[in-house]
Design a protein around this ligand. Structure first.
Ligand SMILES: N=CN[C@@H](CCC(=O)O)C(=O)O
Ligand SMILES: [Zn+2]
Length: 416
């Protein structure tokens, strides 16, 4: 099966296979080819170049995309897409001025979602989650990470992981699963956080590891949630089972989690709305990807990750949606790149790099997706007719994604 895309107005994010992420100055460059062709063979990108060199042989399909751009599909490296119900009941409290912490104290927040999820059947949870997954794929997401953390009991955390497994089996995009048992202290352990951390390490983690359903481990390291010491214990235990960390740090306070993440070789440290100079320095010349979640800042009205400062200091950056019912009920990567440009002062080149190549790295998927590279999956976006790629972040609140190809096949949706 060989498919030819021809007359591509501009083919974005064209890279050699040895580039796994881009940092600092290099984020300012988005390599492209104008008036290009691209060949897909058995689901993989097999060739691309300028139209003058377009192969003439027979193809199973020839797709003329004149006037349109193509780019690798978005890589959303931080989501909580598997959840039950929603938290629209907390929305008005939030509008009236209650903070994220105050809503949690009133019985809302993560524990509210955990209660709903525990009461939801696995099939119903799957149905709700697949609808969300299809919606984000329609908006151009072609690789995604999904966390647990709304189960908070072994049984319900495993239920979430099994739902993620079903999504992995039924949808053709790469999906990574992250165990986030340390998302909040469940009500059964109220005033006994240490008891929960012990239970998580001794009873939950071995079963999670045994199930083989989790790719990574996460901790919400934050005041009133899990301390840096709690996180060290959990990450140390996770390491015994080969689970690499991807962690929630510095959402509301800088309490030392970034440096510990780096020390534990975390694949990514995510949120980073509050960053000290020392936090920035601790990420320099490491293999840990900082991940910003501007949808969360937008929705909660909290500071944006100081991405400009971080990139100017030479760091890499990835962008993700944080799709979840409490702090970012949107999985729209197009909105994320717009917000990154408008609010965090990234250039379109930096935002697109952060949402593709660097996002792929933040999921350990850099050899499979995130760039137009021979041998990578043909997970591709065809845009609507646009004049320049700057129009993607410029047209905020809209999607310029006209079509999505996954492994070279146009993805059609079950409309559920
Ligand atoms: N901050 C921790 N976890 C999620 C929010 C979870 C929720 O409020 O349901 C986040 O990344 O923002
Ligand atoms: Zn999150």
């Amino acid at each position: 099966m060989r498919i030819l895309f021809k007359n591509i107005k501009e083919l974005l994010q064209v890279r050699d296979k040895n580039v796994s992420f881009v940092s600092g100055e290099a984020m300012k460059t988005l390599p492209t080819i104008k008036n290009a062709f691209l060949v897909v063979e058995d689901g993989l990108i097999s060739d691309f170049g300028i139209m003058e060199n377009c192969p003439q042989e027979d193809f199973s399909e020839v797709i003329n995309v004149a006037g349109k751009m193509m780019l690798p599909s978005w890589c959303d490296s931080h989501t909580h897409l598997v959840y039950a119900g929603n938290r629209e009941s907390e929305f008005v409290d939030k509008i009236k001025g209650l903070s994220y912490q105050e809503i949690a104290e009133k019985g809302g927040g993560i524990l509210n979602s955990a209660k709903t999820l525990q009461e939801t059947t696995e099939d119903a949870l799957y149905e709700q989650s697949k609808t969300r997954l299809e919606a984000v794929m329609r908006m151009g997401t072609g690789a995604i990470e999904i966390k647990t953390g709304y189960g908070l009991t072994l049984e319900s955390e495993l239920k979430m992981l099994r739902v993620i497994k079903r999504l992995k089996q039924n949808y053709p995009i790469p999906i990574k699963a992250t165990f986030l048992g340390a998302h909040a202290v469940p009500s059964e352990f109220k005033n006994n956080k240490h008891g929960y951390v012990r239970h998580l390490i001794k009873n939950m983690l071995p079963e999670i590891a045994q199930s083989n359903l989790a790719d990574y481990i996460d901790v919400f390291c934050e005041k009133d949630y899990f301390s840096v010491e709690d996180m060290k214990h959990i990450l140390h235990a996770g390491k015994q089972y080969g689970l690499k960390p991807k962690i929630h740090v510095n959402q509301f306070h800088s309490i030392g989690g970034v440096k510990v993440g780096v020390d534990f070789n975390a694949l990514s440290v995510d949120h980073l709305e509050e960053m000290t100079e020392a936090d920035i320095q601790s990420l320099k010349n490491t293999k840990t990807m900082p991940v910003a979640l501007p949808g969360c800042s937008f929705f909660l009205g909290i500071p944006y990750t100081p991405a400009r400062k971080m990139i100017d200091a030479g760091l890499p950056l990835a962008l993700a949606t944080d799709y979840n019912p409490g702090s970012s009920p949107s999985g729209n990567m197009n909105f994320v790149i717009s917000t990154a440009c408008i609010k965090m002062k990234l250039s379109p080149e930096e935002a697109i790099n952060a949402a593709t190549i660097n996002g792929a790295y933040a999921m350990g998927l850099e050899t499979q997706v995130g760039t137009i590279t021979k041998g990578k999956l043909a997970n591709l976006i065809v845009t609507k007719p646009i004049n320049s790629y700057g129009f993607l972040p410029y047209s905020f609140g809209e999607s310029q994604v006209e079509r999505v190809y996954i492994k070279g096949q146009e993805f059609t949706f079950s409309n559920s």
